[in-house]
Design a binder for this molecule. Structure first.
Ligand SMILES: [Zn+2]
Ligand SMILES: [Zn+2]
Length: 160
């Protein structure tokens, strides 16, 4: 099984994940943008989040756990580095809506090219987007049903 290493922008918080993420996706929601705003890592602030979904036991912090800053937004708890404010991961507060955790994929570093399993499979909360994508990925207005959204797809008419 592959192990993927990551760290926050300043390097105080280090972690690893066992195995491939079960998906990665882009999230365009306002909460992700707000949380990314103070980050010192430029790639956190492109206007959308790149999130890797993992089951909680696969995610392991190896240093800097005391440097985590916990904040709550809507139904999520988010953990940032106190020093560089890069988002490390988020979990749902409601355990019945928690399939796992969302790890900020910008914090991974790969030896060689990015693994296939880190290629995003969809856009979510595209209704709140500030950055347009012309890719072929499905774009959900909010979220897929399995992520407790409406499952409705955004289409270009919605922006007119
Ligand atoms: Zn940091
Ligand atoms: Zn989001």
């Amino acid at each position: 099984m592959s192990t993927y290493l990551g760290e926050c922008y300043c390097g105080v918080i280090k972690f690893y994940c066992d195995g491939d993420p079960f998906f990665t996706q882009y999230c365009h929601c306002n909460k992700c943008r707000e949380v990314a705003a103070p980050s010192k890592r430029d790639t956190d602030k492109l206007g959308y989040a790149w999130t890797a979904g993992y089951l909680t036991p696969s995610f392991n912090i190896t240093s800097g756990i005391d440097n985590l800053l916990e904040i709550s937004r809507n139904n999520a708890k988010l953990f940032l580095c106190k020093s560089c404010y890069s988002l490390i991961y988020g979990i749902s507060i409601d355990p019945t809506k928690q399939e796992g955790i969302g790890v900020n994929a910008n914090n991974f570093y790969f030896t060689g090219s990015m693994p296939e399993s880190f290629k995003p499979v969809r856009h979510i909360w595209y209704i709140n987007k500030i950055v347009n994508f012309n890719d072929e990925l499905p774009k959900f207005k909010d979220a897929p049903k399995e992520q407790f959204g409406s499952g409705e797809l955004w289409n270009y008419d919605d922006s007119k």
